[in-house]
Design a protein around this ligand. Structure first.
Ligand code: MN
Length: 424
C-alpha cells in the first residue's frame, strides 16, 4: 500500500505570522487551511480560507490578481463549486501558495484578512445532490438489533455493498440555522391507524460529509483511487432524524420525510489534502469485497468527533465521542459505488457517511443508540434526555490530532417548536 501524499504544506514545524494560527489547541493551523463562504455586514458572499481566528479573503486576492484564476474568476460566485470542479492539481497548487503567503517567513504581510468574529458564514457549496450512506457496522448492528432481530442484526447485503439512499439537498443548512421540529404521520405499535402530529422522537445522526470536487461522466464508473482523488474535502454533518416518523414510513422504499426536514453541515470544508497525514487502513473485511470496491491506499480518516447537548439556558454537556476511522466503507468506496451504474456526480455533491458509532455505548452517534430507543435516558444539564426537546442545542466538533491539529469548527443547531397543523 502506498502511504499518504505529503508535501511542504504538511510540515509540522511550519508556523504562521498570524499568531492565533499557532495556538496548540486551535482548529485552524497553517497545516489546515479549510475553505468557506462568508459575508460581512450583510454584503456579498465571498470565498475565504480560515487561518487562526481570521479569514484570508480569496475573492479579494483574486480581484487583486494575486492568485491565478485562469480565464475567468472562480472565487466571485459566492460558493466553492467552480474551484472544486477544477483539476486536483490546481487545488494542490493554491494550497501551497496560500501556505507560503501565511508562512512565518513571508515578507509581504499586506493581505485581505477579516476577523471570523465579524462575519456570517454561509453554505460553502451549492449542493446539487445529497446521498446518505450507512457505513458504520456498529450503527447498522445496533439499529438491526433494536428494530429487527438481534441474532441477525446485519442484513446479508451489508458486508458487500455500501448501503445508501438519495437524500434531500434543498434542506442542507449551515451550522447555526435553527431546525424546526417536523410534523409527520405517526403510528403507535398497538394503534390500528396513524395520526398526524409533531415528532416525539427527534434525533441526531453524527456523520462525516464528503464533498465531490471533480465531476464524473454519466455512464462511466470510476474506481476507488479515482474516487479518492475526486473528493475535495469534508465537513461535519448532523443528519437530524425523526425516529417515530421513520419507523412508520420507511418500508418498502426507505426513509423519506423523517430525514428530509434538515441536515446541518459545518461551514469550513477541510480539504482532502489537509487530511493526508490522518489516513488510516479500513477495518478488516469479514467477507471479501468485490474488486471495484477494493482500495490500494488507506482511505479511512482518523477524525475524532464529539457532540454536546445544551438545554434552553443550560450548559453544554458532552453526550458522545466517536471516530470516523472505524467506518467499514470509506467515502472513496461510497463514491466509486455511487458511479457503478453510471450515475453522474457533480462538483458540490454531498455524501454522508451514515451515523458513526463505535463499539461502546458512549461512542454511539445517535440518541436512538445512546438511550437504547428511549429506554435508558442520558444526563444533560439540569435533567435527562431520551430524544430532543424544543430549544435543545446540539453541537458537533471534529478534530484530527497527530503531529499537529486539524479542526473542523462547529456544526450546531437549535430545535424550534413544530408548526401548527395545516387545515385542509
Ligand atoms: Mn443519516
Amino acid at each position: 500500500m502506498t502511504g499518504p501524499v505529503l508535501d511542504e504544506t504538511h510540515d509540522p514545524a511550519r508556523r504562521s505570522w498570524i499568531e492565533s494560527a499557532n495556538a496548540p489547541d486551535g482548529d485552524f493551523s497553517i497545516q489546515n487551511l479549510p475553505f468557506g463562504v462568508f459575508s460581512e455586514n450583510a454584503g456579498d458572499r465571498r470565498v475565504g480560507v480560515a487561518i487562526g481566528d481570521l479569514i484570508l479573503d480569496l475573492t479579494a486576492l483574486e480581484a487583486q490578481g494575486r492568485i491565478a484564476s485562469g480565464d475567468a474568476p472562480i472565487f466571485d460566485g459566492g460558493c466553492l463549486n467552480p474551484f472544486m470542479a477544477r483539476p486536483r492539481g490546481e487545488w494542490t497548487k493554491l494550497r501551497a501558495k496560500l501556505a507560503r503567503m501565511l508562512d512565518a517567513g513571508a515578507s509581504d504581510r499586506d493581505l485581505p484578512l477579516v476577523a471570523q468574529s465579524a462575519v456570517e458564514m454561509h453554505l460553502p457549496v451549492r449542493i446539487g445532490g445529497f446521498t446518505d450512506f450507512y457505513a458504520s457496522r456498529e450503527h447498522a448492528t445496533n439499529v438491526g438489533s433494536m428494530f429487527r432481530d438481534p441474532q441477525n442484526a446485519l442484513l446479508p447485503n451489508w458486508l458487500h455493498i455500501p448501503i445508501g439512499y438519495n437524500g434531500r439537498a434543498s434542506t442542507v443548512v449551515v451550522s447555526g440555522t435553527p431546525v424546526t421540529r417536523p410534523l409527520g404521520q405517526l403510528k403507535a405499535p398497538d394503534a390500528d391507524a396513524p395520526c398526524v402530529g409533531p415528532s416525539r422522537k427527534l434525533d441526531i445522526e453524527v456523520e462525516l460529509g464528503a464533498l465531490v470536487g471533480t465531476p464524473t461522466q454519466m455512464g462511466r464508473p470510476i474506481g476507488t483511487a479515482e474516487a479518492q482523488d475526486s473528493i475535495f474535502g469534508y465537513v461535519l454533518l448532523n443528519d437530524w432524524s425523526a425516529r417515530d416518523i421513520q419507523v412508520w414510513e420507511y418500508q418498502p422504499l426507505g426513509p423519506f420525510l423523517s430525514k428530509a426536514f434538515a441536515t446541518t453541515i459545518s461551514p469550513w470544508v477541510v480539504t482532502s489534502a489537509a487530511l493526508e497525514p490522518f489516513r488510516r487502513d479500513a477495518p478488516e473485511r469479514e467477507r471479501p469485497l468485490l474488486p471495484y470496491l477494493r482500495e490500494a491506499t488507506p482511505n479511512n480518516l482518523d477524525i475524532e468527533i464529539t457532540a454536546t447537548l445544551a438545554p434552553r439556558g443550560g450548559a453544554p454537556v458532552q453526550i458522545l465521542r466517536t471516530n470516523a476511522a472505524g467506518l467499514y466503507y470509506s467515502a472513496a468506496q461510497q463514491l466509486a459505488h455511487h458511479t457503478l451504474s453510471g450515475c453522474r456526480m457533480e462538483a458540490g455533491d454531498l455524501l454522508g457517511s451514515g451515523t458513526i458509532s463505535g463499539p461502546t455505548r458512549d461512542s454511539c452517534g445517535s440518541l436512538l443508540e445512546l438511550t437504547w430507543n428511549g429506554t435508558e435516558p442520558i444526563s444533560v444539564d439540569g435533567g435527562t434526555r431520551t430524544f430532543l426537546e424544543d430549544a435543545d442545542t446540539v453541537t458537533l466538533t471534529g478534530m484530527c490530532t497527530g503531529p499537529y491539529r486539524i479542526g473542523f469548527g462547529a456544526c450546531s443547531g437549535t430545535i424550534l417548536p413544530a408548526p401548527e397543523l395545516c387545515e385542509p
